[in-house]
Design a binder for this molecule. Structure first.
Ligand code: AMP
Length: 163
């Protein structure tokens, strides 16, 4: 059997992206690339939920600044679908550190902070967006954030020209 290259991945517009009014900009980039939004919700998460979402960072020195950041306001969660969507979405998002993120990426175009400054000032690396790191994380994160009945199957107009 041929393995499907169609993947789903989780994207979060973090509180800085919401407060700065960047939702439209972020969504437009994914839609322009032909990625399909199959689920969307806004949620203001608490510390317990942050610990579940960022479980791999719990022991890191920056965890508490990260927790403060991600619980500081509402978050827009989206499930995006497309051909090798996990990697494609991360390419559009850019590197974790905004200073290193290339122009043309979301983080490169809308932020510039570096890790050293964040560490020195004990501030979070506000980088607008989260995208699942790999397909295993994507499956776990989608399960954490979404009820399966809130994920939808539909055909985008012109989809035959996209995938
Ligand atoms: P990641 O799971 O790699 O997306 O990391 C989660 C978030 O933690 C990043 O998006 C940053 O906001 C933050 N972060 C990652 N690395 C660092 C670091 N070295 N210092 C401070 N914050 C960090």
């Amino acid at each position: 059997m041929v393995e499907s290259s169609i993947q789903q991945t989780l994207v979060l517009v973090k509180p800085d992206g919401i407060y700065r009014g960047l939702i439209g900009n972020v969504i437009t980039r994914f839609e322009n690339a032909g990625l399909k939004i199959v689920g969307m919700r806004m949620r203001w998460i608490d510390k317990d939920f942050s610990k579940r979402h960022y479980s791999e960072h719990l022991e890191k020195t920056f965890y508490y600044t990260l927790e403060e950041y991600i619980t500081a306001g509402p978050v827009l969660a989206m499930v995006l679908e497309g051909v090798e969507a996990v990697e494609v979405v991360r390419k559009i998002v850019g590197s974790t550190e905004p200073k290193s993120a290339m122009p043309g990426t979301i983080r490169g175009d809308f932020a510039h902070i570096n890790l050293a400054h964040a560490d020195k000032t004990k501030k979070a690396v506000c980088n607008i967006i989260h995208a699942s790191a790999n397909s295993k994380d994507a499956a776990n994160e989608i399960m954490l954030w979404f009820d399966p009945m809130d994920l939808h199957t539909y055909k985008r107009a012109g989809e035959e020209w996209i995938r």
